[in-house]
Design a protein around this ligand. Structure first.
Ligand SMILES: NC(=O)c1ccc[n+]([C@@H]2O[C@H](COP(=O)([O-])OP(=O)(O)OC[C@H]3O[C@@H](n4cnc5c(N)ncnc54)[C@H](OP(=O)(O)O)[C@@H]3O)[C@@H](O)[C@H]2O)c1
Length: 351
């Protein structure tokens, strides 16, 4: 049994370590009532996982419940149900499942409530299944925030980091729903990639001196109604300047550097709204909404697996190389950490 863990926040390459134990699964209690033990095969390296390891710039280090307790990164993954606790009728041992929210997926095993182990549809690969939940569910949350902010209007909407995995889902949804979307990326080569995928959508590179002028020309007299932003930092001020009066900045990530003080934003004078969206709040949505979101994610994985692109795969023990790749500029898709399905895998995979 292998586990990647850390006992303090800091540069991932320095604070993360691999713990190997001869026994499997984890020593200690198995799945309790209503829980399942999942033998994980694939899990992603999301930017948010690295924030959990390294902390947010400018924020105090998160205190763990027990100072010396090791924390295991990862909130999503896919694998095979190894065993189930009392009262669990589904999923069954041997079934392939995707799990979220499942804190600690950078390990060979994780225990989750049975309700959070989502069956992987037939025909969906393990790699696609490992990416089936977090980003598609984030798309659903962003889309709800977008609809609230537009209040029946049509756009235009501006998104940053359009070449990111989430950005590509937003662009595909815009094509599907006829949403007027303007894409921002940071490089000319990144702009070329997004243009190839979505030829009908404008793409602007922020390395161009007049990128803000280009956005204004595309937005026209109405101005940008909503910004979907995962860059933040110093760019927040420039993005708010592109919004029409009464517009909304939806913030859902912090890829960029620098800061913008709240006082610098023309919130009062121009009636702007700033709204945060986080997948960490998905569990507080109603059970019906969550069921719809999961059905959407399963359908997306089945029908358009190309939208859940894999940038590269690494064995769990090669987590340092995986983290380096996840940070590499110009990558397309998400980096995965894998565990081979070995002969001692218990119930094994029904694949
Ligand atoms: N709020 C939530 O619940 C939630 C959920 C999922 C993701 N997110 C956030 O969404 C963002 C994208 O996640 P992802 O998994 O889609 O990322 P990803 O696939 O790893 O892609 C990262 C993208 O960000 C771009 N980028 C990196 N640093 C940048 C910077 N300083 N300025 C502009 N662009 C930059 C990269 O551009 P290049 O191609 O030029 O390198 C790349 O296109 C992250 O901030 C993540 O934390 C938030």
């Amino acid at each position: 049994m292998r586990t990647v863990e850390h006992t303090r926040q800091g540069e991932a390459a320095q604070v993360l370590t691999l713990r190997e134990e001869p026994r499997r699964p984890a020593p200690g209690p198995g799945p309790g009532p209503g829980e399942v033990l999942v033998r994980l095969l694939v899990r992603p390296v999301h930017p948010g996982d690295l924030v959990g390891v390294e902390g947010m710039p400018g924020q105090p280090e998160q205190e763990s419940e027990q100072q010396s307790a090791a924390r295991i990164p990862g909130v999503e993954g896919m694998g095979v149900v190894e065993s189930v606790g009392t009262g669990v009728h589904a999923p069954r041992p041997g079934q392939r499942v995707a799990v979220f929210p499942a804190p600690g997926t950078w390990s060979d095993f994780v225990v989750v409530p049975a309700a959070l182990a989502v069956p992987v549809p037939d025909g969906v690969s393990d790699e696609t299944a490992a990416l089936m939940l977090v980003n598609p569910l984030t798309l659903r949350m962003l889309y709800r925030a977008l609809e609230d902010a537009l209040r029946g209007r049509t756009g235009p909407v501006l998104q940053t980091a359009a070449g990111s995995s989430v950005g590509r889902l937003v662009s595909a949804a815009a094509d599907r729903h006829g949403l007027e979307l303007i894409n921002l990326v940071r490089s000319t080569s990144g702009a070329g990639k997004v243009r190839t995928l979505h030829p009908s959508q404008p793409v602007i590179a922020t390395c161009d001196d007049d990128w803000q002028g280009q956005v204004r020309r595309h937005a026209g007299a109405r101005g940008v109604q909503v910004v979907l932003d995962s860059v933040g930092g110093a760019m927040t001020l420039e993005l708010s300047g592109l919004l029409a009066d009464g517009g909304t900045l939806v913030s859902y990530g912090q890829l960029g550097s620098g800061t913008t003080p709240l006082e610098a934003l023309p919130l009062v004078a121009r009636g702007l709204t700033v709204r945060g969206v986080s997948i960490l709040h998905w569990m507080s949505r109603t059970a019906e909404e969550r069921a719809q979101d999961v059905a959407f994610a399963q359908d997306l994985a089945r029908s358009t697996p190309d939208l859940l692109q894999v940038a590269g795969s690494y064995d769990l023990a090669d987590f340092k190389a995986a983290v380096e790749h996840a940070r590499r500029p110009g990558k397309s898709g998400t980096v995965l950490l894998t565990t081979p399905l070995t002969a001692d895998s218990g119930q094994g995979a029904a694949r």
